[in-house]
Design a protein around this ligand. Structure first.
Ligand SMILES: O=C(O)CCC(=O)C(=O)O
Ligand SMILES: [Fe+2]
Length: 283
């Protein structure tokens, strides 16, 4: 796993590692520990008190009757201000702007908490290909030559081999396929990281939460970033009140997709003609 600190200079090396290298990069010591602890406290409060929410890639845990040990807290924008601060970090905006385009958006913002005894997830790839096992529902010739996703993990607890740090299969993102039981998973690595770190990985890289065999919880924030034109998995906008939407910072507006107005109700839209570069008329 390539490691950097906050003062990296070569973003091309980082983005190449995500696209055509091992698929995972970690930044050490990015967030102050009290900011992470604040986020952790809120995630724990919700995870402790809410009903079990939708999760995914957990068929084995469901069968074993331990799915309640793998918890999700969704809609982090709506939970507390600290989550807006974490997601708008300059490193995230610098790298995602280059990787996914200047109007990249957030497609999901949640926390994943594994309690001791949690079974972990099956190996998978992330959105927009998370149901790529239904290959016939995707366009012909689809490949991973350019990014349409980037995942970010912000550990809230120690993510160790024992506590179920997310596993990944280095380089598997280069060939867009959905992993299955006949694949060779022997070269499995884990995204080991501690609170304060910031992990990026290519969602096409085979990965999944591992079993938590430790005696402590393993919570991590999971963020899905997408180019502006991909339909997100989580409806982040409907959760939020007008007050939040009007008063949130520009970066949050971008993340919520407000800068890209589609689908638009064209029939009632005012008469505008603002798409196109105007080859002749504007010269
Ligand atoms: O919690 C984790 O370690 C990974 C979760 C994940 O990959 C997912 O839910 O798509
Ligand atoms: Fe995933």
């Amino acid at each position: 796993m390539l490691e950097f600190n906050k003062s990296y200079s070569d973003s091309k090396k980082i983005l190449d590692e995500l696209l055509v290298g091992n698929g995972v990069v970690v930044f050490r010591d990015v967030y102050p520990i009290d900011q992470i602890n604040k986020a952790r406290e809120i995630v724990n409060k919700f995870a402790d008190n809410q009903e079990q929410k939708e999760t995914h890639f957990n068929a084995e845990a469901e069968e074993a009757g331990t799915i309640h040990l793998q918890q999700r807290v969704w809609n982090l924008f709506g939970k507390a201000k600290v989550f807006s601060a974490l997601i708008t970090h300059d490193i995230i905006f610098d790298l995602m702007t280059k990787f996914l385009g200047t109007e990249f958006i957030c497609g999901s913002y949640c926390a994943s908490r594994l309690l001791p005894g949690a079974a972990g997830q099956e190996p998978h790839i992330d959105y927009p290909y998370w149901d790529f096992y239904n290959k016939e529902t995707f366009p012909m010739g689809l490949n991973s030559s350019f990014p349409q996703n980037c995942q970010v993990t912000i550990p809230l607890d120690i993510c160790s081999e024992l506590s179920g740090a997310t596993a990944y299969y280095p380089g598997s993102q280069k060939n867009l396929t959905y992993p299955n039981k006949n694949d060779d998973f022997s070269n499995l690595k884990q995204m080991t990281a501690v609170p304060g770190d910031l992990v990026f990985f290519n969602g096409n890289c085979w990965h999944g939460a591992m079993p938590n065999k430790s005696d402590h919880q393993r919570a991590a924030i999971l963020i899905e970033f997408l180019p502006k034109y991909v339909k997100p998995i989580e409806d982040l906008v409907s959760y939020l009140g007008d007050d939040f939407k009007k008063n949130c910072p520009e970066r949050i507006k971008q993340l919520l997709g407000f800068n890209y107005p589609y689908p638009k109700i064209m029939e009632v839209s005012k008469s505008v003609n603002d798409i196109g570069i105007g080859y002749k008329s504007k010269n």
